[in-house]
Ligand binder design. Structure first.
Ligand SMILES: Cc1cc2nc3c(=O)[nH]c(=O)nc-3n(C[C@H](O)[C@H](O)[C@H](O)COP(=O)(O)OP(=O)(O)OC[C@H]3O[C@@H](n4cnc5c(N)ncnc54)[C@H](O)[C@@H]3O)c2cc1C
Length: 459
């Protein structure tokens, strides 16, 4: 684009809308964020973001990206008590698809992760966006964008109050419930194709105060697997309280109360976790949430789009929340928007949509393979998903006792080195060698579980 334009309107002031507004503020004279929720002046949950009551994991890459959009954010969060994932093996218990990784050795130095609660992160970002001179956040519900048929352009938004805001660009950051596909149809355009994976996830969460000293970890994750449709994630947040989220995939019913949550912890986590939870004090009510399907709206495949409207954040793609990627992928999208705005003559909407599709593809595909082959999800699955899923299961099995493979996986899972989860031929060979050695060691040990230390002795 280059230069400045007059007014941008962003619909929705959650993580997506705030990131978009931050970027637009450098290119537009004025930015108005319209949010239907009354926004709290402190870190707090709010009705229109019900997912905020459940565990939200900020990936290491997401933290880095947020810092580029909001310099000083990470230090400020740490000053407010947000835990850092220290470079220590006992800081994290990480189980993926039935394999436990991340406890065997120290991760490399640059792997620094932060553990803000969802309300904390949103509040920190909102504070910074509100402080920008040319940004205004207003408490208003948008009923629909204003579309000018003659110029095939969105020229503003209608508010529930009856007033209209003129705009050169409207960003739809209204989340998974976006009505943009219906509006497009109403204006005579095609709806975007939707790629959908029916994951059938139910969440049950509880905040718990656990007495000091019982848990050294700050992040405890046990994902679902092909044999166990229930999972559990626990994060220790800045308020000194654990948020515990249990979930079921493929329509499996998760625990419904705290006693059942503790029983699940006994089943799928090391014994000290369940024991610590039984000493804990549950706070508030148990929160429930259903997430039927991951959905990618393929605006990148549309030949025609009206000018002046950009879909953003979960309104474009909503990833399986148990993988903890949504906020980080939204922060990457903000980078795409910035680069498009910086490019002289670029079609900002088209370019942002194109770049977003490019970064979405590898993450979406890997999630779909995991969900459709291991997590009882349903949806279209190309023939090659099954063999790739089986190979990946082998890889994760080897990563349980091979720190090189474990680190490779954890860095990719954190979206750090690359968004593509494709091991090199060297790593595949290492996996095969490792699994053969493991198999031989198990045979010799008479099927006793083989530990990382035992593996070292075998080599
Ligand atoms: C259960 C669950 C768990 C998750 N866990 C994680 C995790 O661990 N890690 C992670 O990175 N991500 C996670 N996510 C995803 C993450 O919450 C989203 O990616 C992130 O919030 C970005 O979404 P968004 O801003 O695009 O939309 P949303 O957060 O859905 O926000 C949409 C906003 O638009 C506003 N709005 C809607 N319609 C209107 C209107 N007409 N007028 C005005 N305002 C409107 C709403 O009030 C809301 O504030 C999870 C999601 C779910 C559902």
């Amino acid at each position: 684009m280059g230069g400045t334009a007059e007014h941008a309107v962003v619909i929705g002031a959650s993580i997506g809308g705030l990131c978009a507004a931050r970027v637009l503020s450098d290119f537009y004279d004025r930015v108005t964020l319209c949010e239907r929720d009354a926004l709290p002046d402190r870190p707090a949950n709010r009705p229109a973001v019900p997912q905020g009551r459940h565990v939200h994991l900020l990936m290491a890459r997401g933290a880095q990206e947020f810092e580029t959009h909001f310099p000083g954010l990470l230090d400020a969060m740490v000053a407010d008590g947000v835990p850092i994932l220290e470079n220590r093996p006992d800081c994290i218990h990480f189980g993926a698809a039935g394999h436990v990784l991340g406890t065997a050795h120290r991760l490399q130095d640059e792997f620094t992760a932060y553990v803000p609660s969802r309300p904390q992160l949103e509040w920190q970002i909102r504070k910074r966006v509100s402080a920008l001179d040319n940004v205004e956040i207003i408490h208003a519900t948008v009923t629909q964008p204003r579309f000018d048929r003659a110029s095939e352009q969105v020229t503003g938004v209608h508010l529930e109050s009856g007033s209209v805001l003129d705009a050169d660009l409207v960003v739809d950051a209204t989340g998974r419930g976006t009505r943009l596909p219906a509006w497009l149809q109403q204006w005579g355009y095609e709806r975007p194709r939707e790629d959908v994976v029916f994951v059938g996830i139910s969440y049950t969460s509880q905040r718990v105060r656990v007495p000091d000293g019982l848990l050294r970890e700050k992040v405890i994750v046990a994902g679902a697997s092909s044999t166990q449709p229930l999972g559990l994630g626990m994060l220790f947040y800045e308020d000194g309280i654990w948020n515990i989220t249990t979930f079921g995939v493929g329509k499996a019913k998760p625990p419904q109360d705290y006693a059942q949550m503790c029983a699940l912890a006994d089943e799928i986590l090391p014994p000290h976790v369940g024991a610590a939870l039984r000493h804990g004090t549950p706070l508030d009510d148990v929160a429930h949430h259903k997430y039927p399907a991951s959905r990618w709206r393929r605006y990148d495949k549309l030949d025609r789009l009206p000018a002046g409207i950009l879909p953003f954040g979960d309104a474009v793609v909503s990833f399986n929340p148990t993988f903890g990627q949504g906020m980080s992928m939204t922060s990457l999208q903000a980078g795409h928007l910035r680069r498009a705005l910086e490019t002289p003559g670029a079609d900002v909407v088209r370019e942002t949509i194109r770049a977003t599709a490019k970064t979405t593809f590898p993450v979406w595909t890997m999630n779909a393979i995991g969900d459709l082959t291991m997590h009882r999800a349903t949806g279209p699955a190309p023939w090659w998903y099954q063999p790739v899923g089986a190979l990946f299961d082998q890889f994760l099995g080897a990563a349980e006792t091979d720190p090189v493979l474990a680190e490779w996986f954890l860095r990719r899972f954190s979206l750090l080195d690359s968004l593509y989860m494709v091991p090199s031929a060297r790593l595949v060979a290492r996996t095969i060698r490792h699994n053969m050695t493991l198999w031989l060691a198990q045979k010799r040990a008479g099927k006793r579980p083989v530990t990382f230390e035992a593996m070292r002795e075998t080599r």
